[in-house]
Structures are given as C-alpha cells and as structure tokens.
Write a new protein. Structure first.
Lengths: 259, 191
C-alpha cells in the first residue's frame, strides 16, 4: 500500500516537475499584441480577410503582412482599434458592402426545362446539362449560398431564390465565391436598387426564358437623373457609388427587373 | 525476423485495431471527413504509439513487476502517456514549428485515447519484449492509419452522392465501419 502511494505520487510529482520545466525551457514567445487583436476581432472565423481564421489574421496583421482593414465584419471600428494598438494611422474607411442577389428567376418567373432531384448543391445541379432553368445566366436555386453563409443571413424562399438579410450580412463574400453562376455580388450597402439580372442574351431570348429578365431596352439609362446606369453586353448596370436612390428606374423598367 | 513480420502483418490486417479490436473508434469516426486530416491524425497516432511502447514497457518491467504493483497498471499508464504526450508537444512546438503545424492539433486529441492505452496493455498481455512491443505498436498504428484513410476515402466519395436523409452522418459511418470490419474478417485464419 505504502509503496503504491509513494511510487504513484512520486511519478506524478516527477512528471509534473518535468512538464513545468519543459513549459519554461521550451516556451514559445507569442507577441501579446496578437492576442489583443484577436480580442478585438469578432471571432466569426468567416475567412473574409483571406486568412484561415481570426487567429491567423491577427498574426499576419501584427507581422505587417495583412492590411489593417481586411476584416470586413469588424469594419472601420476594428481597423481603428488595431491601428491604435500597432501605433499606425488608421486607413480610410471604406463603404460597407453587402451581398446582393442579381437574379429574379424564381420558379414562378423563370422557365424550367427539367426536373432535378439529385444532391442539393448548385455546382452538382449544373453538372447535369447546365441546371434546371432555361436561362443560362440565372440562379440555380439549390441554396449553396444559404448553406455556406457563416451567420445564416441567407434563406431560401418559396420560389427557390435566396433571400439575403442585409442587416445580418457581414460582407465576408463567401456566398459570392461559392455561387457557380456569379449571381451574388458584393455591392454598396447604401444603394437600394439594382438591376437584378445577369443575362447577356438579347431581349427576345431573355423574354423566352424569364418574365423578369433585363431586355436591355435602355429606358432606365435614359431616365436616370444622375446617369448612374449604363448598358453593357445587353445588360443595364447601376453604379452603386453614383446612384442617389431616387427610384425612377424602378418605375420605368418594363420587365420589373430593377428592384 | 520472421517473428517480427508476423507481428506487423497481424497488427495491420488480421487484428486491425479499429476494424477487429474496435479500439480508437472515436477518432476513426470523428476525424475521417477528409483524407488530409485522416493522414495527419494517423501520423500523430503512429508517433504517439511508438513512444508509448518505448516508455510503458520499461515501467511495467522495472517498476510495476518489481514492486508487485500490476493492479495499478491502467492508472500508471494513463499518467505516463498523458505526461509524455504533453512533453512531446511542448518540445515539438519549440524545435520544429512545421511538424507542430502538421501534428500539433492532433496530439492532445489522442492523449490516452483508448487505442493508445490499449496498445500499451496489449504489449504486456501478449508478453512481448521491448523490440517486439515497439514494432507491434507502430504496426498497429499503421493499421489504424490505413483504416482511417479507407474510411476518409469512402466518405469523400459519399459526400458527392445521394444519401437518404435518415442515413446521413454517423449512422452511415457506423454501417460502413461494420461492412469494412466484415471485409477485414476475411484475413482471419491467415496466420
């Protein structure tokens, strides 16, 4: 009994001492600023900065390899705090961007040409002869963006289109990168109206596949009081940094594409 | 030499740790999502099991048997392995950051994992000498790694195919483990 207690206790003591010694001897020095910056970050680990997570971004920013305002969820406030800590000037604040769906081709508006019953993923759906919808530019509607969103700001509505909650969006851009049809764009959060279509087809072909696609009639371009709209590749495009949200284009659009 | 080859073959195929002894099922199901992570985990297990055999065998022979303390074997082995893994982690972190990046996150996960403790106790029960014990441990860990890689490969394929909702995730994982285990029982009786 005594031997058992002594030997087990002795071993515990020995290993404890060894670990304590090793912890000091082999201590790895970590810059305390890394931990402080990690405290400022929101900890969503969204990857919007381009690094593996908040921890790696903190390391990179202390090492001077990452820009101070790369954290989009944190925005200018976090950038300012980091700048103060590192003793450098805060970079100019950029306008907040938000994810925006640029397609209105739900199952009630866009023509379907097939039924897809496979794995619920947009890329997988596209592998089967280019997806369900007749339009070759539109949203596939399998909800890959909704699943990848780290803050659950995207939900799928009844017509098979994603709905983005702009208040929840942290601008990480994951949905934009995941979308195989590029129908999610990062846009200026202050602008309300956008041309919600990506089709570069001619007007007649667009009408054949979707009741709300842009037919490039040019009415909005003519009527816009601040000339924020231009036509490119059979598609009207609103510049979100010029637009003053007057809403004239929404009224004149014959296809109700601008919303 | 022939003896050692028999031990290696037996530990990898016939008495595979995961598929016929059912040890280490937790990391087997938990870390087998991707081939890459499965390989990292497997390497960490090979490393830890080798070290474990090297350390626990002398302790059994020169301490526990000497003082008639075999009944303390489990708790002593847990203590030794936990301290050892912690120590190795500290050293690796200082000496080789690259190795730490590759193995570091898996090391705490397998501190006294049942497969690691199992290999230490099996070494004693099977009456191996030190060389045999180390060879057996590394081979057993290699078998574990192989099972992990097979599972991860299957899972990566399954991710792209249609699986009925009620089978998704852990239930299908367990079914596949069972089928794999059946397949490996074909090796029984080879030696």
């Amino acid at each position: 009994m005594l031997i058992a207690i002594v030997s087990l206790g002795g071993m515990g003591l020995l290993f404890g001492g060894l670990l304590a010694f090793a912890a000091q001897k082999f201590a790895v020095e970590v810059d305390p600023r890394v931990e402080m910056i990690q405290g400022y970050l929101l900890g969503a680990n969204c990857g919007g900065c381009g690094y593996a997570g908040c921890g790696q971004y903190a390391e990179e920013v202390v090492a001077g390899r990452a820009s101070l305002n790369a954290c989009t969820p944190g925005g200018p406030e976090v950038a300012k705090k980091i700048a103060e800590l590192l003793g450098v000037e805060a970079p100019a604040a950029e306008a907040r961007v938000t994810a925006q769906l640029v397609c209105l081709g739900g199952c009630d508006t866009a023509r379907s040409r097939a039924v897809y019953d496979g794995y619920r993923d947009c890329k997988a759906a596209l592998m089967f002869g280019g997806g369900v919808k007749a339009c070759r530019f539109g949203c596939v509607g399998e909800g890959t963006c909704a699943r990848i969103c780290p803050v659950e700001a995207i939900s799928m509505n009844g017509t098979g289109l994603p709905v983005i909650n702009h208040d929840l969006c942290i601008s990480c851009g994951k949905c934009k990168n995941a979308c195989p049809r590029q129908v999610i764009e990062m846009v200026n959060a202050k602008t309300i109206h956008y041309v919600r279509c990506k089709s570069q087809d001619k007007g007649k072909q667009v009408r054949e596949v979707c009741s709300r696609g842009c037919i490039a009639c040019g009415l909005c371009v003519k009527e816009c009081p601040v000339t924020a709209i231009r036509l490119e590749n059979n598609l009207a495009i609103i510049d979100g940094y010029i637009c003053n949200n007057c809403g004239t284009c929404v009224e004149v659009c014959p296809q109700k594409t601008i919303a | 030499m022939g003896e050692l080859i028999t031990i290696i073959f037996g530990a990898i195929f016939i008495n595979n740790f995961v598929l016929s002894r059912f040890l280490g099922l937790c990391p087997f199901l938990g870390v087998s999502r991707k081939v890459e992570t499965a390989l990292g985990m497997g390497m960490a297990v090979i490393f830890v099991m080798g070290m474990t055999a090297l350390v626990t065998w002398p302790i059994e022979q020169y301490l526990l048997i000497q003082y008639n303390l075999q009944y303390l074997r489990t708790i002593v082995f847990i203590l030794v392995i936990a301290a050892l893994v912690q120590f190795v982690e500290l050293v690796v972190r200082k000496i080789s950051p690259a190795l730490y990046q590759a193995l570091g996150i898996y090391l705490p996960l397998i501190t006294t994992n049942c497969a690691v403790l199992g290999v230490a106790i099996l070494n004693i029960n099977l009456g191996y000498n030190l060389l045999e014990a180390v060879v057996f441990s590394v081979a057993a860990a290699a078998g574990f790694t192989m099972a992990m890689l097979i599972m991860a490969g299957i899972r990566e394929r399954l991710d792209l195919s249609f699986v009925p909702g009620h089978l998704k995730g852990i239930s299908l994982g367990l079914i596949m483990t069972g089928i794999l285990s059946l397949a490996f029982s074909g090796f029984k009786g080879m030696l």
